[in-house]
Design a protein. Sequence first.
Length: 259
Amino acid sequence: MSTTVCQVMGFIVSSLGIAGCITSTAMDMWSTQDLYDNPVTAVFQYQGLWRSCVRQSSGFTECRPYFTILGLPAMFQAVRALMIVGIVLGILGLLVCIFALKCIRIGSMEDSAKANMTLTSGIMFIVAGLCAITGVSVFANMLVTNFWMSTANMYQGMQNIQTRYTFGSALFVGWVAGGLALIGGIMMCLACRGLIPEESHYKAVSYNASGRNISYRTAPYKVGSGYEPEVKTRKGAGYEEAPRSEDGRRSYPSKYDYV
């Protein structure tokens, strides 16, 4: 699978997961009244994270929001927090992922920057999916505990103490949405490896010569007229310059001239 296809598929799957998390959080059917013992009833109750509703046999539905925060159970508030954190991280991950898509070129953005953004969005999607799955699982655990406590009370002869609730459709939507966000985040992390440039896999080592940097400069080659190099002389007191001959060469005194 190419990097672009993996990245686009991860973006689409993650988008569906985040949309499912938002839908699940806004739904009212997190818990529904259990009708196993009483399939025919005049009132059907169901509850969500934000309000509780009652539907009558005539079709009239009345919903009442929770006007208190401190009066709710601590686990219930934890489920709210987990779902909200998952939605916020998912939305931020979608914004980052849009600019990280390889098929979208923004200015002179390099592939290494897109790889980092893809990895960041993938991690956000994974955390968002885990938050959604954890929140839904905690709420489901609360329902299971209350269900068996209500069943035990019914067997003891106390039938009108508490209404039993079972899993609502919002729980299944939340589980599926969290799984999609988790899978999309993993696909984004896998796509990050294909965006990393090849030269970044190797560590560049620079070698510097020890000591002072010495620059050498080559001089132009000069062709002299004679075989011997020209002797540089220094003028001073008591020094007489040797006379020159007709061909331009200096004539130095020989040993016979001092006899």
